[in-house]
Write a protein that binds this ligand. Structure first.
Ligand code: SAM
Length: 300
């Protein structure tokens, strides 16, 4: 097992976002995590694909891994990951989900595991939480929030990670906009675009030069693509490609758009040298199946 003493990451100053007592966006994520807390067995295939991807992305056996959206850690085989990474930093809004998830897998003191609960990786959740159909934000409030999203948030996390993984958190970030601003708002797409760009920039900022970002995202669920429940694995890619052509996928997750951001966005592309897509796989989530894929990028 890799040693905790050889720290590959650098501590940087930063601010944890303080939450007001009432933050309905955060509460919604906490409730979702409670509903999936006992899904360890159902996540087995998803966990094995995610863990393998992260192990494969590591270039050494004592690197540092950062996981954005770690939640219950049901999609991470922590024991296996600790054979590859000397430090693992688990980041989420939900402090309790992380600590219970870690305790379930590895009870007792784990000096190599660093828990960053209460951490809002967008820095704007407290602003979104004020908005609803009954409390529509003004254009000035929207502009102020977009100005925040144009910055990469200072999360008080170390930098210089060998691998940074985003584990199905992107769609949850989008969902926070759906549940507050609403999909029919004229500036909805602007917000989805801003959150997505900020998230890719955050991943790259946390990486050391030559490190690997692994963006894992769910793209469509069996609720709108019921074939996911029955088709053989060999049909998964063509079925998802057809769904994308028919615009049947989660807003903001089109792999072609994500790839083009990594290739051409002026604030992102200069930091990226290599882009690879993984084949899609299925994730059993309660009574639904989600299709998931990953894009791996190397930081220049
Ligand atoms: C679909 S879950 C990921 C699955 C999780 N790794 C597991 O095994 O349970 C998405 C996670 O993103 C977290 N999340 C949502 N919005 C967030 C934000 N703004 N900042 C940090 N984490 C967030 C949720 O709390 C949740 O744990």
């Amino acid at each position: 097992m890799a040693s905790a003493a050889k720290s590959a990451v650098r501590e940087t100053p930063g601010n944890f976002v303080e939450f007001s007592q009432v933050n309905r966006v955060k509460d919604e994520h906490l409730q979702r995590n409670l509903s999936t807390r006992d899904c360890w067995d159902g996540y087995a295939h998803h966990r094995s694909v995610v863990t393998e991807l992260l192990v494969r992305s590591s270039r050494s056996d004592d690197g540092a891994l950062c996981v954005l959206g770690a939640g219950n850690c049901n999609d991470l085989d922590l024991q296996k990951l600790l054979h590859t990474f000397s430090e693992i930093h688990l980041v989420d809004l939900d402090d309790e989900a992380i600590s219970e998830g870690v305790n379930r897998q590895l009870p007792g003191e784990q000096p190599q595991l660093h828990q960053h609960g209460h951490c809002d990786i967008t820095g704007v959740t407290h602003l979104l939480a004020n908005w609803s159909a009954d409390s529509v934000p003004t254009n000035d409030e929207l502009d102020a929030c977009l100005a925040e999203l144009a910055q990469v948030p200072q999360l008080g996390l170390p930098s210089n990670f060998d691998v940074v993984a985003s584990v199905c958190v992107l769609t949850q970030l989008f969902d926070s906009v759906v549940g507050t601003l609403g999909e029919s708002h004229p500036r909805f797409v602007e917000f989805i675009t801003a959150i997505r760009t900020q998230h890719l920039q955050l991943m790259l900022n946390l990486l050391r030069p030559g490190g690997t970002g692994v963006l894992i995202t769910d793209i469509v669920a069996s609720t709108t693509l019921p074939q996911l429940l029955t088709i053989p694995d060999a049909d998964l890619l063509p079925t998802i490609s057809r769904a994308i052509n028919e615009r049947n996928f989660f807003t903001g997750t089109n792999p072609a758009i994500l790839e083009s951001l990594f290739r051409t966005h002026p604030a992102i592309a200069p930091q990226v040298t290599r882009i690879r897509h993984s084949p899609p796989w299925r994730w059993q989530l309660l009574n639904k199946v989600h299709a998931v894929y990953a894009i791996e990028v190397t930081r220049r």
